[in-house]
Design a protein around this ligand. Structure first.
Ligand code: COA
Length: 161
C-alpha cells in the first residue's frame, strides 16, 4: 500500500523552503498531499483558490504530489486521506514549541498518525512566507527564494511587473 503523508500549511505563498521539504519527503513517502488550510487565523495575501491554483501549477509535473484545500481538523483530514503521517518542517528552535504542541495535540486526537519532522535545508533557514511577502511588497529581489510561478504572482499582487 502507498505510504501517504499530508503536508499541511497556509502556504501564503509556497516558498523554496516548502519545495525542498517536499522533495525530501518524497524520499520517504510514496505520495504527499499538500493540504492547504481553509481555516487559518492568518490574514492571507492570496485567497484559498489562488494558493491552491499556484501550488497546482508548481507541482504540475510531479504526479506524486497532490494539492488540495482542507477544512476543519487536520487529523481528521489525514485519516480520511489514509495518510500514515503528517509532515512538518523545522527551521529553528523557535519553531519547536509550536510544532511540539501541534504534534502532541494531533497525537492525542489520533495516535495512529505520526508527525514526521524534517529539518529545513540551511539555505532556507531564514525564510518564511511573511518575510518573502514583505520583501516583494517593498520591491526587493525574491528570485531564487520562491518558485517562478509564485514570483510572478507576487509581482502581480504588488503591481511591480
Ligand atoms: N521553509 C520555509 N518556510 C517555512 C518552512 C520551510 N520548510 N516551513 C514552514 N515555513 C514557514 C511558513 O512559510 C510559515 O510562514 P508565515 O508564518 O510567515 O506564514 C510558517 O513557517 C509556518 O506556517 P505553515 O507551515 O504555513 O503552517 P501554519 O502554521 O500556517 O499552518 C496548520 C498550521 C494549518 C498546520 C494548522 O493550523 C492546522 O493544522 N490547522 C487545521 C486545524 C486544526 O487541525 N487545528 C488543530 C491543530 S492541533
Amino acid at each position: 500500500m502507498d505510504k501517504i503523508a499530508v503536508y499541511p500549511g497556509t502556504f501564503d505563498p509556497l516558498t523554496n523552503g516548502h519545495l525542498s521539504l517536499i522533495r525530501r519527503g518524497l524520499m520517504i513517502f510514496d505520495r504527499i498531499i499538500l493540504g492547504i488550510a481553509c481555516d487559518t487565523p492568518k490574514k492571507t495575501l492570496f485567497s484559498l483558490e489562488e494558493r491552491v491554483e499556484l501550488a497546482k501549477k508548481v507541482f504540475c509535473n510531479e504526479p506524486r504530489v497532490v494539492v488540495e484545500p482542507f477544512k476543519g481538523l487536520l487529523i481528521k483530514y489525514a485519516k480520511q486521506k489514509k495518510a500514515i503521517a503528517i509532515l512538518r518542517g523545522l527551521r529553528a528552535v523557535s519553531d519547536f514549541e509550536y510544532e511540539f504542541q501541534l504534534a502532541l495535540m494531533n497525537r492525542r486526537l489520533n495516535a495512529d498518525i505520526q508527525t514526521v519532522f524534517l529539518m529545513t535545508d540551511y539555505k532556507w533557514l531564514y525564510i518564511s512566507s511573511t518575510i518573502i511577502k514583505e520583501v516583494a511588497k517593498l520591491g526587493g529581489e525574491i528570485s531564487g527564494l520562491v518558485p517562478l510561478e509564485v514570483e510572478v504572482a507576487l509581482k502581480e499582487k504588488y503591481g511591480s511587473t
